[in-house]
Design a protein around this ligand. Structure first.
Ligand code: TRP
Length: 359
């Protein structure tokens, strides 16, 4: 875990998600919860990476558009307040595309291809050598997503850390090339020394790798092991029922580092109860997996109840979502256009003033 107190108050944060369907409780504990906490003290930008979604689903743009709307509903359900955070579309902030092109010039091609998250995706999604040119470009694009807002911190799950590392490299290089910042400068000092970009920190969530209900893989929609906001208590119980731990009897000493106990520690809020369950399970003090699962299922259902209520208000109404996005895009563009102007000025690319308008 990164030290979260490092970011000063009212610093800017930027984060986002690729719209791939509904959000699940893994997203919540991995990052959305943290964003909801930060929204009162930070200037928050939440990006919907709808262009990135084209890396693997370019032929299904209708589906991507639908998923984009759903994710906004889930954000609100999980406690993000569109008055406090700017929820916006990547494709409606042109400064991001322009910075992507510029940053692509600052990064060695081989450095981009060494990004372990890209390599993993190529393997896991079976992309072989048929992926598009835009696929590795998305990693460069992600550096622009972040730097367009001159973000100081990026709340993300652990799998995104390599992208933040690449972002830090681009920011340093830009500041060195165009802003006279020395290559000996400390990361925290770049802005003070006249750099356009702060060197952003990854802010990794409390529990960034919640296992799925298969008890093995990370929770993920595509692996069919996820619990969604819209799941009923009955569905949740059923999904957890399938979580296999390998333990046979309530009197067998159990391993409290298994996936089931990740759930216990993540979702049961009463600390004393967590300790008691851990002790009983470890000692085999007559406590069955089934019992623990029921308690976890109840805790998750309780967590999701207010989320479902909030979500219901936005169900089926795309106009409300459109208004939220429009407001978010306006705020995002105001910030990103300013950054772009600063960056172009520094890199000798500024020729004229310009203004973006939404009609
Ligand atoms: N790649 C991220 C994901 O798939 C989404 C994303 C795009 C993002 N741009 C970002 C996350 C910038 C944080 C910051 O989850």
């Amino acid at each position: 875990m990164t030290d979260q107190t490092a970011a000063p108050t009212k610093s800017r944060i930027l984060t986002g998600d690729t719209p791939t369907g509904q959000l699940h409780v893994g997203h919540y504990v991995g990052s959305v919860k943290r964003r909801a906490e930060l929204q009162d003290t930070h200037e928050c930008y939440i990006l919907l990476a709808n262009m990135h979604a084209f890396t693997t689903r370019a032929e299904r743009s209708d589906e991507i558009r639908r998923d984009t709307f759903e994710i906004v509903r889930d954000y609100i359900a999980m406690g993000l307040d569109p008055e406090k955070v700017a929820i916006f579309l990547q494709t409606e902030v042109p400064a991001i595309s322009e910075l992507t092109y510029l940053f692509a010039m600052l990064l060695p091609f081989n450095r981009v291809m060494r990004n372990p998250t890209l390599k993993d995706e190529i393997r896991v999604k079976g992309l072989g050598d048929t992926y598009s040119f835009g696929f590795p470009l998305y990693a460069v694009g992600q550096t622009a997503d972040i730097l367009a807002f001159r973000a100081h911190a990026v709340p993300v799950g652990e799998d995104q850390v390599p992208h933040i590392e690449l972002t830090r490299e681009v920011a340093r290089r830009f500041n060195q090339f165009y802003c006279g910042v020395s290559d000996q400068a400390e990361d925290e000092d770049h802005e003070k020394l006249g750099g356009v970009f702060p060197i952003p920190l990854a802010d990794v969530g409390q529990c960034s790798r919640l296992p799925g209900t298969d008890g093995v893989n990370k929770m993920s929609k595509s692996l069919n092991n996820a619990i969604f906001v819209t799941d009923t208590p009955k569905q949740i119980k059923k999904k957890l029922g399938k979580l296999y731990t390998g333990r046979q009897n309530p009197t067998d000493p159990g391993d409290i580092n298994n996936a089931l106990f990740d759930y216990v520690r993540t979702f049961i809020t009463d600390e004393d109860r967590v300790k008691e369950l851990e002790r009983k399970y470890a000692e085999g003090d007559d406590i069955g997996d089934g019992h623990v699962k029921v308690e976890v299922a109840e805790a998750i259902s309780k967590l999701l109840e207010p989320m479902k209520e909030r979500r219901a208000k936005y169900e089926g109404d795309d106009d409300m979502i459109m208004d939220i996005l429009k407001g978010g895009c306006q705020r995002a563009n105001a910030a990103a256009e300013k950054t772009l102007e600063m960056a172009k000025e520094a890199a000798n690319l500024k020729f004229f003033d310009r203004e973006l308008n939404y009609v």
